[in-house]
Design a protein around this ligand. Structure first.
Ligand code: BQF
Length: 284
C-alpha cells in the first residue's frame, strides 16, 4: 500500500517559509510584487491565475493582474512585457500559458527580463538550468523535487523515468533528477516498450496529459509515483495521468490529484519571486 505524498501540506510549509522571509524584507522597506498576465478567457487559465494571486496574498506579496482580451496582438503584449520589465514594483513577471494563437509564445518568453522570469522559461534561464547554475528553478519540476525529498528516497543512483518531454515539465524535470545523480530516462509518444521501461523505475514522473495513462503493470513495486497530470475525466472531475486507485497498492509513495504537484507549482512560483526580489536587493 502506498503512502500518500501530501502536496497541500508541503506547499503550505514552503509558503510559510517564503512568508517569513518576505516579512523580514518588508521590515527593511522592501515590498515584493508579482505581475500576473492573462490573455483571453480560458477557464482553466483563470483558475490558475486566481490560485497564483491568492498565494501572493498568503505570502505577503502584492500581485498586479493584467487581464487582456482574447484578440490582443503580439505587439500589444510585448509592449506590456516591456513596461513590466522596467517597473521597479514588479519583481516577477508571469505570463499565463497557453496564449491565443495569434501570439507566438516564444517571442513573449524571450522578451521577459531573465531576472524577472519567475517561470524560468527564458532561454537564458533554461541554459542555466542545464548547466546546473541557477537562481530560478522551473516551478513544476522544482515542486516535484520537493515532493520526492519528502519521501526520504534519495534520487542518487536511482532509475528515474519521466513520461513526457515538454519544455515546461518533461525536459527540465529530467535535468533536475540528473543533477541529483539519478539515472534518467525520458519516455514519450514514440517510445517503444514504454510500459517495460516505466516498470523499472524507482521514481516515475508522469507528465503525459492523458487520464489513467499509468496503469499498475507500468509500476515497480514500492516505486515513488509522481503525477503531474491535470485532466478532466468523463464526469468533469480533476484527475491526473495515473490510474490512482488501481496503482495505489503497488506504489510505495504516490501523489494525489488534486492536492499533489499542483499546489507545489504555485508554492515554487512564490519562492522564485522571493528569490528575484532578494537578487535585486543584493540579499543572500
Ligand atoms: C491542486 C497548469 C496545465 C497547463 C497549464 C493546485 C493548481 C492546480 C491544481 C494550479 C497548472 C497546474 C498551472 C492544484 C497552475 C497547476 O490542488 O491540485 C494548483 O494552479 N496550477 C498553470 O498555471 O498552468 C498550467 C497545468
Amino acid at each position: 500500500m502506498a503512502q500518500i505524498i501530501d502536496g497541500k501540506a508541503v506547499s503550505a510549509r514552503v509558503k510559510a517559509n517564503v512568508r517569513k522571509e518576505a516579512d523580514e524584507l518588508k521590515k527593511q522597506g522592501i515590498e515584493i510584487g508579482l505581475a500576473v498576465v492573462i490573455v483571453g478567457n480560458d477557464p482553466a487559465s483563470r483558475v490558475y491565475v486566481n490560485n497564483k494571486k491568492k498565494a501572493c496574498e498568503e505570502v505577503g506579496f502584492t500581485s498586479y493582474e493584467y487581464a487582456l482580451p482574447e484578440e490582443t496582438t503580439e505587439k500589444e503584449l510585448l509592449e506590456l512585457v516591456d513596461k513590466l520589465n522596467n517597473d521597479d514594483k514588479v519583481n516577477g513577471i508571469l505570463v499565463q500559458l497557453p496564449l491565443p494563437k495569434q501570439i507566438n509564445e516564444n517571442s513573449i518568453i524571450n522578451a521577459i527580463r531573465p531576472d524577472k522570469d519567475v517561470d524560468a522559461f527564458h532561454p537564458a534561464n533554461v541554459g542555466h538550468i542545464m548547466i546546473g547554475d541557477f537562481s530560478f528553478l522551473p516551478c513544476t519540476p522544482a515542486g516535484v523535487m520537493e515532493l520526492i525529498a519528502e519521501t526520504g528516497v534519495d534520487v542518487c543512483g536511482k532509475n528515474c523515468v519521466v513520461i513526457g518531454r515538454s519544455n515546461i515539465v518533461g525536459k527540465p524535470m529530467a535535468m533536475l533528477l540528473l543533477h541529483k545523480h539519478g539515472t534518467v530516462t525520458i519516455c514519450h509518444s514514440r517510445t517503444k516498450d514504454l510500459a517495460e521501461i516505466c516498470a523499472r523505475a524507482d521514481i516515475l514522473v508522469a507528465a503525459v496529459g492523458k487520464a489513467k495513462f499509468v496503469t499498475p503493470d507500468m509500476i515497480k513495486e514500492g516505486a515513488v509515483v509522481i503525477d503531474v497530470g491535470m485532466n478532466r475525466n468523463e464526469n468533469g472531475k480533476l484527475c491526473g495521468d495515473v490510474d490512482y486507485d488501481a496503482c495505489f497498492d503497488k506504489a510505495g509513495y504516490i501523489t494525489p490529484v488534486p492536492g499533489g504537484v499542483g499546489p507545489m507549482t504555485i508554492a515554487m512560483l512564490m519562492k522564485n519571486t522571493l528569490t528575484a526580489a532578494k537578487i535585486k536587493n543584493n540579499i543572500k
